[in-house]
Write a protein that binds this ligand. Structure first.
Ligand code: GLN
Length: 298
């Protein structure tokens, strides 16, 4: 092993970062310097400014051993967010752990698209529901960005709901937030539609495509949150079907979806004959990512 990649030969934080970047790059990580920095910030418990200040400091045996273990996990392609146990989404700091999907920046497109059509709660308090909430990213962002509405969040995984609840506490967003265990809209009464807005980032990857994704996703993230069955569309069909009983006339349905699923999801919406004002919104990378549709009033 050459000196550049030998952790023990590193006298300073700066040298250790460089060495870690070499290892991470060899493991196929596309942002090795950034990942090394974020892991070091986590190890030292400092922010970016703090990291800058200690660049020339010597490293203790404990820091060296701890950091090396973190780098090894990342070299095994474990998602950074699972190692640091947190990630940023919208204006929130969310805890994540294996068993919940790591929130992606792409999903912020869904929040923006929802806010465009959601009047402030001062005008009228609405009932929103986030289906398959995982870490709570969508439900908590909506509660944070447009406070005062009633926001429900469902997930069939009790572990995910625990994470989402704890994220609500951590971000001071417990008021008007309700977590319910169950599949999609099944926990709610079908007697009369009660929601003004249904939001979801359901699993949408065709089963056979999962194993060819990056190992961060295919090996470490929960299949339950990724696998949309043979064609990736199972859960769009299920949720659209349930909207009949749960989404009020004039209410909005918003889905995240795969970049190549625009036509297929549109067909599901059209076939239901339930929706109008259907529009598609691209994510920051320019890929088709969100569909927004309004339930007809008649
Ligand atoms: N956006 C995720 C990915 O591409 C998929 C999330 C999902 O299936 N809802 O890995």
């Amino acid at each position: 092993m050459n000196r550049d990649s030998d952790f023990k030969a590193c006298a300073t934080v700066k040298a250790l970062l460089k060495c870690a970047a070499v290892h991470l790059s060899r493991a196929g990580i596309s942002t090795p310097e950034l990942d090394a920095e974020l892991l070091m910030m986590h190890q030292l418990g400092v922010d970016r400014t703090g990291l800058f200040m200690v660049q020339r400091d010597p490293v203790s045996q404990d820091v060296l051993a701890g950091f090396q273990a973190l780098v090894q996990r990342r070299c095994g392609r474990e998602p950074l967010a699972y190692i640091t146990e947190s990630t940023g989404f919208w204006d929130l700091d969310l805890d994540v752990k294996p068993g919940v999907l790591v929130p992606r920046p792409d999903t912020e497109t869904l929040i923006e698209a929802a806010l465009e059509v959601l009047p402030a709660a001062t005008e009228k308090q609405r009932r929103l529901v986030d289906l398959g909430t995982g870490s709570g990213a969508i439900a908590l962002s909506m509660a944070s960005a447009s406070p005062g509405h009633l926001v429900f969040a469902t997930d069939r995984s009790p572990l995910a709901l625990d994470v989402a609840r704890s994220n609500a506490r951590k971000n001071g967003l417990q008021e008007n937030l309700f977590f319910v265990c169950g599949l999609w809209l099944s926990p709610f009464s079908r007697k009369a539609p009660s929601f003004d807005m249904v939001l979801s980032n359901p699993p949408y990857i065709p089963t056979k495509d999962i194993d060819v994704l990056e190992p961060e996703v295919s090996v470490f993230e929960p299949r339950l949150a990724l696998d949309g069955d043979e064609d990736g569309l199972r859960d769009y069909r299920a949720i659209v079907g349930e909207c009949m009983y749960h989404l009020k006339p004039g209410g909005w349905l918003l889905f995240e979806m795969g970049w190549d699923q625009k036509e297929a999801v549109r067909e599901i919406l059209d076939d239901s004959r339930l929706f109008e004002e259907i529009s598609h919104i691209n994510d920051y990378a320019g890929n088709n990512r969100v569909v927004r549709a309004r339930r007809k009033r008649w």
